[in-house]
Design a protein around this ligand. Structure first.
Ligand SMILES: NC(=O)c1ccc[n+]([C@@H]2O[C@H](COP(=O)([O-])OP(=O)(O)OC[C@H]3O[C@@H](n4cnc5c(N)ncnc54)[C@H](OP(=O)(O)O)[C@@H]3O)[C@@H](O)[C@H]2O)c1
Length: 329
């Protein structure tokens, strides 16, 4: 397993992280606690030390399961990323989403973040979080104010470093004034390349870690989803046009070289997908969502795959002919 530093924080973390959204169950058709803890432990046994969770994942459940999985481990053997700024227990002026009977609101207000971190620390069963990220921007709180809040958490020893998800170059430029700001986390995969021209150049220039989320496009790029796949009730992929039979067929042009390389190397398709993602300029880590022992172990293996120039070129050629899904144009 390769490791990269989280920006200039001095924290080394496995390039493949355990993405802990799905084990929270919310938007993924439910979860099984034992299977989730086993998956987290299998991922760690396979060399993953970076775990990405958030308060809102399963409304606290994902953090609790992470806490359970790490409780007998020396604390410094794991690097925990968690997120704040999405509240389902209070109302604020900014509604983020309505889901499963809950209304989720955004806020970066200092008192809210200071309340949230205490809840997250309790659920995780730890006295510090390695990297604390805002989950979505809050239009009501200036980034300058957020910088002060996050620096106060660093000074208090509650977090070691901080970052922002779903952000933009203007906000990142302000956050860069904070010495302890070191991470940007964005959606990035073969199918989601907006960050090539948006945040990735800025991250590269300023030595920020770039954590690619949904690198397998929620499972679509694993090569294991076909038109007969059935999803549990509440799974966000039900009705998502990206998972329709027509979209799966359209994807074959991209997947062909990926599958050919996987076959030649006797590897599973998603390993090639994760390795390609990690080899894109500026990408420091991939957050691979896992919810079983088999998935966690196999995703960890991507941390030691290196694609050759020829293999990258073959994939990139297919991607250059891909203009996106018609319904997203
Ligand atoms: N900051 C943010 O706003 C944000 C947003 C989204 C995600 N994230 C982070 O990024 C992580 C990953 O993103 P994601 O979960 O959306 O998508 P992903 O990693 O692209 O895909 C995860 C899904 O792919 C399937 N899968 C995973 N490993 C597999 C394997 N080895 N073989 C076959 N199928 C496999 C699983 O679904 P099935 O088994 O059900 O098919 C899994 O739930 C999240 O867990 C979270 O930590 C952050």
């Amino acid at each position: 397993m390769k490791h990269n530093e989280l920006g200039s924080s001095g924290i080394a973390a496995s390039v493949v992280a355990f993405g802990a959204w799905a084990i929270g169950g919310w938007k993924w058709g439910g979860t099984d606690a034992k299977q989730s803890v086993d998956a987290l432990q299998a991922g760690m046994d396979a060399g993953i030390n970076l775990i990405d969770t958030a308060a809102v994942y399963g409304f606290g459940l994902s953090e609790e399961l992470v806490g359970e999985a790490i409780k007998n481990k020396p604390r410094d053997e794991v690097v925990i990323v968690s997120k704040c700024g999405l509240r389902w227990d209070i109302e604020t002026p900014t509604l983020h989403a309505e889901s499963e009977g809950k209304r989720i609101f955004r806020t970066h207000a200092a008192d809210s973040i200071k309340y949230e971190i205490e809840q997250s620390l309790k659920r995780l069963g730890t006295d510090y979080i390695d990297a604390y990220l805002t989950h979505w921007p809050d239009p009501k709180v200036p980034v300058e104010e957020l910088v002060v809040t996050m620096e106060s958490l660093v000074a208090a020893g509650k977090i070691r470093t901080w970052g922002m998800c779903n952000s933009n170059p203007d906000d990142i430029a302000i956050a860069l004034k904070s010495d302890s700001f070191s991470i940007n986390q964005e959606k990035y995969s073969m199918l989601d390349r907006q960050q090539d021209v948006q945040n990735l150049p800025l991250c590269t220039k300023n030595n920020l870690a770039f954590l690619a989320y949904s690198p397998m496009a929620k499972g679509l790029l694993t090569g294991r989803i076909d038109k007969n796949r059935e999803y549990a009730e509440g799974d966000q992929r039900i009705g998502d046009p990206r998972f329709s039979p027509a979209a799966l067929e359209a994807l074959e042009s991209i997947m062909k070289p990926v599958k050919d390389i996987a076959t030649a190397r006797r590897m599973q398709t998603h390993l090639i997908v994760l390795a390609w993602t990690l080899q894109q300029r500026g990408v420091s880590h991939v957050l691979a969502g896992s919810r079983s022992v088999v998935q966690a172990k196999s995703n960890a293996a991507a941390g030691s795959v290196e694609l050759s120039e020829d293999e990258l070129a073959a994939i990139n050629e297919a991607l250059s002919g891909w203009s996106g899904f018609e319904f997203e144009a």
